[in-house]
Design a protein around this ligand. Structure first.
Ligand code: PEP
Ligand code: MG
Length: 594
């Protein structure tokens, strides 16, 4: 552990994102533009600076070309315009010549000259009345960040990993970066964006890597190389711990129960039955199959949501039909006879093709995402459906469509699935002809038309992570609006109730698969609504099962009627808190009268 002269053991409260304890050395990954400094260069070194600039530009172009090829494979032709435009920007000769001229005339370092010339270009574009030119600002900024990060040796670097256990501190990391850093001795993350329901949060949890959200952007208290402890369970961070504190945390983290997966691994049985005998399904959300599968199957748990897009994030290469078929067959066999719900790729939003920061949209969450990408790039969608159908022969696969905002999307997707079935039949390939097709209810328009959509499909899965963000107009990964991202808001509860009622009126089952499903405070609500299944991060399953067994359905049902009459989030929150306390103290029934 590195010693320092600063004050020791400074505790900072952050927002917990992924549980467990992490101990390591801080590595700050700053947005590169924050770090550019001016250095004077002797005449003899001017050529070297120009070479550095040219190398950085050449690698940027290469990176962009390979990102373009990956996007082409992942989502098809429509996605590549942005990269084509960025390659053109990175190759702009006039701009290069300007920077070279700047290095020569002012004898300054390449990154400084680059940044100065960039600022000039951006300022004139920003003043332009032409919306097309103003739009170019985003593309130019994105390209420039790449060039600067190469010149400064920060950002996407660390190609070879770290020598010691490392905690990365940065603005945000993509799911792909989390996966690849996890293989490079990174043991924890602190980000200023990307809360508990962000995709980086989900992936950190499924890998069992502690993470918290806190804003250290302009903090003088932390520096690269300093030691740090993260307690992902309560969001506490200890900066520069002294030896006694460090040793104490080392002892705690060596204990079995400190590990995020410990409770699931130790669980003997899962019995989600209320005190008055009502059974609820519990299932696992999987991003990366593997680490916990054996424990889940031992406990009789199926897969309520397999986020297939993470297949891509895992190794940054988009899987072809055969690879997808192998992957889906493996999971279907492993969990057989329990159901495995395969969601079609939900790319877009904060789940972007790595190194691209999305499709260059101003508003990615409201942009080209989920089923919109699938239907516009139907070649990729068809390939995925073919792989899913081929893997379905054992009869336990279900297909789930993400980010549906209009019933017409469901009709188109169902028609495509039917046409692939016919193709497979003609080719004598076996598949499950009765395969169930479901829809994610995660956009308010879909919740409000749930009764109509329910007539078309076999099941619903309520994606509360997105449903909250779209209902409350609050980005799920933005800490500045975290207080608006409110799962207790009456509008959110109303939409969930609408979807459940619509499903049951149409005699189809309904799962809740957003993070709300694994929140013990909300369990009485879902029990009272009589949802069929709660699908969650596997580590929460034993706790939720235990909690369900403490509740009477009949009480929970009355609780729901009472809560649905409350008009403010504050009142709802209080009612849930009281319910929690009364269940905990086993004062049967009395929580209803509050
Ligand atoms: C959700 O939105 O609640 C959901 C389960 O999907 P994802 O988190 O992958 O967007
Ligand atoms: Mg979602």
């Amino acid at each position: 552990m590195a010693e320092s002269k600063n004050k020791k053991n400074v505790k900072v409260k952050c927002i917990p994102v992924s549980g467990g304890l992490a101990m390591g050395e801080i590595q700050i990954v700053r947005d590169p533009h924050l770090q550019v400094v001016r250095r004077s260069i002797p005449a003899a070194k001017v050529k070297k600076e120009i070479n550095r600039l040219e190398t950085a530009l050449a690698s940027t172009i290469k990176e962009l070309q390979s990102a373009r090829d990956r996007a082409l494979k992942a989502v098809g032709q429509q996605s590549i315009n942005i990269f084509e435009a960025q390659v053109l920007i990175a190759s702009d000769k006039q701009f290069h010549d300007g920077v070279i001229q700047h290095i020569k005339s002012k004898r300054v370092n390449a990154e400084y000259a680059f940044q100065e010339n960039l600022a000039e270009t951006l300022s004139s574009l920003n003043q332009s009345r032409d919306p097309y030119l103003r739009q170019m600002v985003n593309d130019i900024t994105s390209v420039s960040q790449r060039v600067l990060s190469i010149l400064l040796g920060v950002g996407e670097g660390h190609q070879n990993g770290f020598k010691r256990p490392t905690i990365l501190v940065g603005r945000i990391f993509s799911p792909g970066q989390i996966i690849s850093y996890a293989k490079k001795k990174v043991v924890g993350f602190i980000t200023s964006e990307g809360g508990p329901t962000s995709h980086m949060g989900l992936i950190a949890r499924s890998l069992g890597i502690p993470a918290v959200m806190g804003n250290f952007d302009h903090s003088a208290k932390i520096s690269t190389g300093m030691s740090m402890v993260i307690d992902g369970n309560n969001g506490e961070v200890i900066l520069d711990p002294d030896k006694a504190t460090w040793d104490n945390y080392r002892r705690i983290s060596a204990r079995k129960h400190a590990q995020p997966f410990a409770v699931l691994k130790r669980a003997k049985a899962i019995n989600p039955v209320t005190r008055d005998g009502h059974h609820y399904g519990l299932a696992a959300n999987l991003e990366i199959p593997g680490p916990l599968d054996d424990h889940l199957t031992r406990l009789g748990i199926g897969v309520g949501l397999y986020r297939t897009e993470f297949l891509y994030f895992n190794d940054q290469i988009f899987p072809d039909e055969e690879e997808q078929f192998q992957n889906y067959s493996h999971i279907a066999e492993k969990f057989h006879p329990r159901p495995v719900t395969l969601r079609t790729f939900d790319l877009g939003g904060d789940k972007y093709v790595d190194g691209t920061e999305g499709f260059g949209e101003d508003n990615p969450a409201l942009g080209w995402r989920g089923i919109r990408v699938a239907l516009d790039s139907s070649g990729q969608f068809k390939m995925q459906i073919r792989a899913m159908l081929r893997a379905s022969a054992k009869g336990n696969i279900r297909i789930l469509l993400p980010m549906v905002s209009d019933a017409s999307e469901v009709v188109t997707a169902i028609n495509i699935i039917a046409s692939i079935k016919r193709e497979l039949s003609r080719a004598n390939v076996s598949y499950d002809d009765e395969i169930q097709i479901g829809v994610m209810i995660e956009v308010p328009s879909a919740a409000m038309q749930a009764d109509y959509i329910a007539e078309m499909v076999d099941f619903f899965s309520i994606g509360t992570n997105d449903l909250i963000q779209y209902t409350m107009a609050a980005d799920r990964g933005n800490y500045r609006v975290a207080k608006y991202y409110d799962c207790y808001h009456p509008a959110v509860l109303k939409l969930i109730q609408m979807a459940v009622i619509a499903a049951h009126d149409n005699k189809i089952p309904v799962t809740v698969c957003g993070e709300m499903a694994g929140d013990i405070n909300l369990t009485p609500f879902f029990v009272g609504l009589r949802v069929d299944e709660l699908s969650m991060n596997p580590t929460m399953i034993p706790r939720i099962a235990e909690w369900i067994s403490q509740i009477d359905y009949i009480d929970a049902k009355r609780f729901v009627s009472r809560v649905m009459r409350l008009t403010t989030s504050l009142k709802v929150r209080r009612a849930f808190k009281d319910a929690y306390e009364y269940i905990r103290q086993q004062k049967k029934g009395s929580w209803l009268q509050q």
